[in-house]
Design a protein around this ligand. Structure first.
Ligand code: PBG
Length: 330
Protein backbone atom coordinates (compact mmCIF):
# COMPACT_ATOMS: atom_id res chain seq x y z
CA UNK A 1 0.00 0.00 0.00
CA UNK A 2 1.50 3.31 -1.05
CA UNK A 3 -1.45 5.38 0.08
CA UNK A 4 -2.34 5.19 3.75
CA UNK A 5 -4.70 8.10 4.59
CA UNK A 6 -4.48 7.12 8.27
CA UNK A 7 -0.94 8.58 8.42
CA UNK A 8 -2.51 12.08 8.41
CA UNK A 9 -4.72 11.12 11.35
CA UNK A 10 -1.99 9.64 13.51
CA UNK A 11 -1.55 12.44 16.09
CA UNK A 12 -3.43 15.45 17.35
CA UNK A 13 -0.70 17.66 15.90
CA UNK A 14 -1.05 16.21 12.41
CA UNK A 15 -4.84 16.20 12.62
CA UNK A 16 -4.71 19.88 13.58
CA UNK A 17 -2.46 20.69 10.64
CA UNK A 18 -4.76 19.10 8.07
CA UNK A 19 -8.09 20.21 9.53
CA UNK A 20 -10.08 21.76 6.69
CA UNK A 21 -12.90 23.53 8.52
CA UNK A 22 -12.69 25.77 11.57
CA UNK A 23 -15.76 27.06 13.30
CA UNK A 24 -15.45 30.08 15.58
CA UNK A 25 -17.96 32.20 17.49
CA UNK A 26 -17.51 34.84 14.77
CA UNK A 27 -19.65 32.66 12.51
CA UNK A 28 -22.56 32.42 14.92
CA UNK A 29 -25.76 34.42 15.26
CA UNK A 30 -27.79 34.00 18.45
CA UNK A 31 -31.62 34.23 18.21
CA UNK A 32 -33.38 36.04 21.07
CA UNK A 33 -37.11 36.17 21.83
CA UNK A 34 -38.43 39.47 23.16
CA UNK A 35 -41.59 39.88 25.27
CA UNK A 36 -43.05 42.97 26.93
CA UNK A 37 -42.80 43.86 30.61
CA UNK A 38 -39.77 43.61 32.84
CA UNK A 39 -38.14 40.84 34.81
CA UNK A 40 -39.59 38.23 32.45
CA UNK A 41 -37.61 35.05 31.81
CA UNK A 42 -39.97 32.41 30.59
CA UNK A 43 -38.58 29.12 29.28
CA UNK A 44 -39.83 27.79 25.92
CA UNK A 45 -41.00 24.30 26.86
CA UNK A 46 -40.17 22.77 23.46
CA UNK A 47 -36.73 24.41 23.38
CA UNK A 48 -35.22 23.90 26.85
CA UNK A 49 -32.54 26.41 27.78
CA UNK A 50 -34.12 29.13 25.61
CA UNK A 51 -36.31 31.86 27.02
CA UNK A 52 -38.76 34.60 26.19
CA UNK A 53 -37.07 37.63 27.73
CA UNK A 54 -38.16 41.15 28.54
CA UNK A 55 -35.88 43.97 27.42
CA UNK A 56 -34.01 44.25 30.74
CA UNK A 57 -33.11 40.56 30.57
CA UNK A 58 -32.30 40.77 26.84
CA UNK A 59 -29.75 43.49 27.63
CA UNK A 60 -28.23 41.28 30.34
CA UNK A 61 -28.17 38.31 27.99
CA UNK A 62 -26.46 40.27 25.21
CA UNK A 63 -23.87 41.58 27.66
CA UNK A 64 -23.06 38.04 28.80
CA UNK A 65 -22.94 36.72 25.23
CA UNK A 66 -20.65 39.55 24.13
CA UNK A 67 -18.28 38.75 26.98
CA UNK A 68 -18.14 35.23 25.47
CA UNK A 69 -17.34 36.66 22.02
CA UNK A 70 -20.77 36.48 20.37
CA UNK A 71 -21.39 39.70 18.44
CA UNK A 72 -24.36 38.82 16.24
CA UNK A 73 -27.95 38.64 17.42
CA UNK A 74 -31.31 38.20 15.73
CA UNK A 75 -34.33 39.46 17.61
CA UNK A 76 -37.88 38.08 17.37
CA UNK A 77 -40.91 39.64 19.10
CA UNK A 78 -43.83 37.90 20.83
CA UNK A 79 -46.62 40.38 20.10
CA UNK A 80 -49.73 40.45 22.34
CA UNK A 81 -52.92 39.23 20.57
CA UNK A 82 -54.67 42.59 20.97
CA UNK A 83 -51.97 44.26 18.85
CA UNK A 84 -52.47 41.86 15.93
CA UNK A 85 -54.60 42.60 12.87
CA UNK A 86 -54.99 41.35 9.29
CA UNK A 87 -52.31 43.61 7.81
CA UNK A 88 -49.79 43.72 10.68
CA UNK A 89 -49.99 47.50 11.15
CA UNK A 90 -48.35 47.31 14.57
CA UNK A 91 -45.11 46.21 12.90
CA UNK A 92 -44.24 49.77 11.86
CA UNK A 93 -46.00 51.62 14.68
CA UNK A 94 -43.38 53.63 16.63
CA UNK A 95 -45.01 52.41 19.87
CA UNK A 96 -44.05 48.79 18.97
CA UNK A 97 -41.84 47.52 21.82
CA UNK A 98 -39.73 45.58 19.31
CA UNK A 99 -38.59 48.82 17.65
CA UNK A 100 -37.99 50.47 21.01
CA UNK A 101 -35.96 47.47 22.15
CA UNK A 102 -33.69 47.77 19.11
CA UNK A 103 -33.03 51.42 19.94
CA UNK A 104 -32.11 50.45 23.53
CA UNK A 105 -29.91 47.54 22.44
CA UNK A 106 -27.96 49.58 19.89
CA UNK A 107 -27.56 52.48 22.35
CA UNK A 108 -26.05 50.13 24.92
CA UNK A 109 -24.09 47.86 22.52
CA UNK A 110 -23.34 49.90 19.38
CA UNK A 111 -20.66 47.40 18.30
CA UNK A 112 -22.99 44.38 18.10
CA UNK A 113 -24.68 43.36 14.85
CA UNK A 114 -28.43 43.32 15.40
CA UNK A 115 -30.59 41.55 12.84
CA UNK A 116 -34.35 42.03 12.50
CA UNK A 117 -37.21 39.79 11.45
CA UNK A 118 -39.40 41.02 8.61
CA UNK A 119 -42.63 39.09 8.10
CA UNK A 120 -46.24 39.58 9.07
CA UNK A 121 -46.68 36.46 11.18
CA UNK A 122 -45.79 37.93 14.61
CA UNK A 123 -48.28 40.76 13.94
CA UNK A 124 -50.91 38.94 11.90
CA UNK A 125 -54.24 37.90 13.43
CA UNK A 126 -54.27 35.14 10.78
CA UNK A 127 -50.79 33.87 11.71
CA UNK A 128 -49.41 34.12 8.17
CA UNK A 129 -46.30 35.86 6.85
CA UNK A 130 -48.48 37.83 4.42
CA UNK A 131 -51.95 39.35 4.16
CA UNK A 132 -54.72 36.77 3.70
CA UNK A 133 -57.54 37.75 1.28
CA UNK A 134 -60.21 35.23 0.27
CA UNK A 135 -58.14 32.35 1.54
CA UNK A 136 -55.01 33.42 -0.37
CA UNK A 137 -51.78 35.04 0.76
CA UNK A 138 -51.54 38.13 -1.45
CA UNK A 139 -48.04 39.01 -2.58
CA UNK A 140 -47.79 42.62 -3.68
CA UNK A 141 -49.92 44.14 -0.94
CA UNK A 142 -47.75 42.26 1.57
CA UNK A 143 -44.50 43.47 -0.02
CA UNK A 144 -45.52 47.10 0.47
CA UNK A 145 -46.07 46.43 4.19
CA UNK A 146 -42.75 44.58 4.48
CA UNK A 147 -40.95 47.57 2.96
CA UNK A 148 -42.58 49.89 5.46
CA UNK A 149 -41.72 47.55 8.34
CA UNK A 150 -38.09 47.42 7.14
CA UNK A 151 -37.75 51.20 7.10
CA UNK A 152 -39.14 51.39 10.66
CA UNK A 153 -36.61 48.76 11.74
CA UNK A 154 -33.72 50.56 10.03
CA UNK A 155 -34.78 53.77 11.79
CA UNK A 156 -34.58 51.88 15.08
CA UNK A 157 -30.97 50.96 14.41
CA UNK A 158 -31.06 47.34 13.21
CA UNK A 159 -27.85 46.64 11.27
CA UNK A 160 -29.32 43.97 9.02
CA UNK A 161 -32.92 43.55 7.91
CA UNK A 162 -34.04 39.90 7.85
CA UNK A 163 -36.99 39.23 5.53
CA UNK A 164 -38.26 35.74 6.48
CA UNK A 165 -41.56 35.93 4.57
CA UNK A 166 -40.73 34.46 1.11
CA UNK A 167 -42.90 36.92 -0.86
CA UNK A 168 -41.74 37.54 -4.45
CA UNK A 169 -39.92 40.80 -5.14
CA UNK A 170 -39.56 41.82 -1.52
CA UNK A 171 -35.78 42.25 -1.55
CA UNK A 172 -35.94 44.84 -4.35
CA UNK A 173 -38.83 46.66 -2.65
CA UNK A 174 -37.06 46.68 0.71
CA UNK A 175 -33.72 47.80 -0.82
CA UNK A 176 -35.46 50.63 -2.65
CA UNK A 177 -37.40 51.76 0.43
CA UNK A 178 -34.27 51.68 2.60
CA UNK A 179 -32.28 53.70 0.05
CA UNK A 180 -35.06 56.25 -0.46
CA UNK A 181 -35.11 56.84 3.27
CA UNK A 182 -31.36 57.27 3.55
CA UNK A 183 -30.55 53.81 4.94
CA UNK A 184 -28.05 52.90 2.25
CA UNK A 185 -25.79 51.29 4.87
CA UNK A 186 -28.43 48.98 6.32
CA UNK A 187 -27.93 45.50 4.87
CA UNK A 188 -30.37 42.73 4.01
CA UNK A 189 -29.95 39.15 5.18
CA UNK A 190 -32.51 37.48 2.95
CA UNK A 191 -34.20 34.19 3.83
CA UNK A 192 -33.55 33.17 0.24
CA UNK A 193 -34.42 29.47 0.32
CA UNK A 194 -36.82 29.00 3.20
CA UNK A 195 -38.64 25.70 3.13
CA UNK A 196 -42.15 24.80 4.31
CA UNK A 197 -40.59 22.69 7.04
CA UNK A 198 -42.00 20.68 9.93
CA UNK A 199 -39.06 21.85 12.06
CA UNK A 200 -40.33 25.31 13.07
CA UNK A 201 -42.63 24.02 15.83
CA UNK A 202 -40.79 25.26 18.95
CA UNK A 203 -40.33 28.71 17.37
CA UNK A 204 -44.07 29.02 16.69
CA UNK A 205 -44.71 27.92 20.29
CA UNK A 206 -42.34 30.61 21.51
CA UNK A 207 -44.09 33.38 19.59
CA UNK A 208 -47.57 31.89 19.30
CA UNK A 209 -47.26 32.64 15.58
CA UNK A 210 -48.68 29.50 13.93
CA UNK A 211 -51.36 29.89 11.23
CA UNK A 212 -54.76 30.21 12.93
CA UNK A 213 -57.27 27.40 12.50
CA UNK A 214 -60.11 28.91 10.50
CA UNK A 215 -61.59 27.45 7.32
CA UNK A 216 -60.73 30.63 5.37
CA UNK A 217 -57.09 30.63 6.37
CA UNK A 218 -54.57 28.26 4.77
CA UNK A 219 -53.30 25.82 7.43
CA UNK A 220 -49.76 25.76 6.11
CA UNK A 221 -47.26 28.04 4.39
CA UNK A 222 -46.78 25.95 1.25
CA UNK A 223 -47.89 28.65 -1.20
CA UNK A 224 -44.90 30.81 -0.27
CA UNK A 225 -42.28 28.71 1.53
CA UNK A 226 -40.45 26.20 -0.67
CA UNK A 227 -41.17 22.52 -1.20
CA UNK A 228 -38.63 20.43 0.78
CA UNK A 229 -38.22 18.24 -2.32
CA UNK A 230 -36.64 21.03 -4.39
CA UNK A 231 -33.03 22.11 -4.69
CA UNK A 232 -32.77 23.71 -8.16
CA UNK A 233 -35.55 26.10 -7.20
CA UNK A 234 -33.21 27.51 -4.52
CA UNK A 235 -30.97 28.73 -7.36
CA UNK A 236 -33.85 30.72 -8.86
CA UNK A 237 -34.39 32.40 -5.49
CA UNK A 238 -30.64 32.98 -5.15
CA UNK A 239 -30.42 34.67 -8.55
CA UNK A 240 -33.36 36.91 -7.79
CA UNK A 241 -32.13 37.92 -4.34
CA UNK A 242 -28.65 38.64 -5.70
CA UNK A 243 -30.07 40.79 -8.49
CA UNK A 244 -32.47 42.53 -6.11
CA UNK A 245 -29.69 43.59 -3.72
CA UNK A 246 -29.45 41.08 -0.86
CA UNK A 247 -26.22 41.11 1.19
CA UNK A 248 -26.57 37.55 2.55
CA UNK A 249 -28.39 34.53 1.11
CA UNK A 250 -29.91 32.29 3.76
CA UNK A 251 -30.94 28.66 3.62
CA UNK A 252 -33.44 27.49 6.22
CA UNK A 253 -33.57 24.96 7.87
CA UNK A 254 -29.91 23.94 7.90
CA UNK A 255 -29.33 20.37 8.91
CA UNK A 256 -31.86 18.68 6.64
CA UNK A 257 -30.76 21.00 3.82
CA UNK A 258 -26.96 20.72 3.82
CA UNK A 259 -27.05 19.93 0.09
CA UNK A 260 -28.91 23.17 -0.55
CA UNK A 261 -26.36 25.13 1.52
CA UNK A 262 -23.61 23.51 -0.53
CA UNK A 263 -25.15 24.27 -3.91
CA UNK A 264 -25.79 27.89 -2.90
CA UNK A 265 -22.16 28.27 -1.82
CA UNK A 266 -20.97 26.86 -5.14
CA UNK A 267 -23.20 29.10 -7.23
CA UNK A 268 -23.12 32.50 -5.53
CA UNK A 269 -20.43 34.89 -4.33
CA UNK A 270 -22.52 36.44 -1.56
CA UNK A 271 -22.03 35.10 1.97
CA UNK A 272 -24.30 32.17 2.76
CA UNK A 273 -26.17 32.00 6.06
CA UNK A 274 -27.94 28.92 7.40
CA UNK A 275 -30.68 28.85 10.00
CA UNK A 276 -30.26 25.86 12.31
CA UNK A 277 -33.91 26.01 13.30
CA UNK A 278 -35.70 25.39 16.55
CA UNK A 279 -36.90 21.86 15.75
CA UNK A 280 -33.42 20.79 14.69
CA UNK A 281 -31.99 22.04 17.99
CA UNK A 282 -34.88 20.53 19.98
CA UNK A 283 -34.20 17.05 18.54
CA UNK A 284 -30.62 17.12 19.74
CA UNK A 285 -31.54 18.51 23.16
CA UNK A 286 -34.15 15.77 23.61
CA UNK A 287 -31.71 13.01 22.68
CA UNK A 288 -29.11 14.43 25.08
CA UNK A 289 -31.67 14.70 27.88
CA UNK A 290 -32.41 11.01 27.37
CA UNK A 291 -28.74 10.20 27.63
CA UNK A 292 -28.74 8.95 24.02
CA UNK A 293 -26.24 11.52 22.74
CA UNK A 294 -23.47 13.47 24.40
CA UNK A 295 -24.23 17.19 24.10
CA UNK A 296 -20.65 18.43 24.37
CA UNK A 297 -19.65 16.32 21.37
CA UNK A 298 -22.81 16.13 19.27
CA UNK A 299 -23.59 19.86 19.38
CA UNK A 300 -20.24 21.20 18.09
CA UNK A 301 -20.14 18.44 15.44
CA UNK A 302 -23.56 19.57 14.24
CA UNK A 303 -22.50 23.21 13.93
CA UNK A 304 -19.22 22.27 12.27
CA UNK A 305 -21.13 20.21 9.68
CA UNK A 306 -23.29 23.17 8.73
CA UNK A 307 -20.16 25.30 8.31
CA UNK A 308 -18.42 22.56 6.29
CA UNK A 309 -21.42 22.34 3.95
CA UNK A 310 -20.83 25.98 3.05
CA UNK A 311 -22.53 28.25 5.56
CA UNK A 312 -20.46 31.31 6.43
CA UNK A 313 -22.87 32.39 9.16
CA UNK A 314 -25.01 30.08 11.29
CA UNK A 315 -28.10 31.13 13.19
CA UNK A 316 -28.34 28.70 16.08
CA UNK A 317 -29.87 28.41 19.55
CA UNK A 318 -26.60 26.71 20.53
CA UNK A 319 -24.47 29.81 19.94
CA UNK A 320 -24.09 30.62 23.63
CA UNK A 321 -23.25 27.06 24.71
CA UNK A 322 -20.74 26.79 21.87
CA UNK A 323 -19.09 30.06 22.95
CA UNK A 324 -18.94 28.80 26.55
CA UNK A 325 -17.30 25.57 25.43
CA UNK A 326 -14.69 27.45 23.40
CA UNK A 327 -14.00 29.65 26.43
CA UNK A 328 -13.71 26.58 28.68
CA UNK A 329 -16.67 27.85 30.73
CA UNK A 330 -19.24 25.20 29.91
C1 PBG B 1 -41.52 33.38 10.50
C2 PBG B 1 -40.30 32.70 10.99
C3 PBG B 1 -40.26 31.35 11.36
C4 PBG B 1 -38.97 31.10 11.84
C5 PBG B 1 -38.23 32.28 11.71
N1 PBG B 1 -39.08 33.27 11.18
C6 PBG B 1 -41.34 30.33 11.41
C7 PBG B 1 -42.22 30.16 10.25
O1 PBG B 1 -41.88 30.43 9.09
O2 PBG B 1 -43.35 29.73 10.50
C8 PBG B 1 -38.53 29.77 12.36
C9 PBG B 1 -37.26 29.70 13.13
C10 PBG B 1 -37.08 28.46 13.94
O3 PBG B 1 -37.84 27.48 13.85
O4 PBG B 1 -36.10 28.44 14.70
N2 PBG B 1 -41.44 34.49 9.73
Amino acid sequence: MHRRPRRNRSSAAIRGMVQETHLTVNHLIYPLFLVGGSGVKNEIHSLPGNFRLSLDNILREIEECMSLGINNFILFPAIPEDKKDKTGTHSYNPSNFYLKAAIAIKARFPECCLISDVALDPYSSDGHDGVVRNGKIVNDETVAILARMSVAQAESGFDLIGPSDMMDGRIAAIREALDENGFTDTGIMSYTAKYASAFYGPFRDALDSAPKSDSNIPKDKKTYQMNPANRREALIEGELDTAEGADFLMVKPALNYLDVIHVMKENFELPIAAYHVSGECAMLIAACQNGWLEYEKAMPETLLSIHRAGADAILTYFAKDFAKMVAGKY
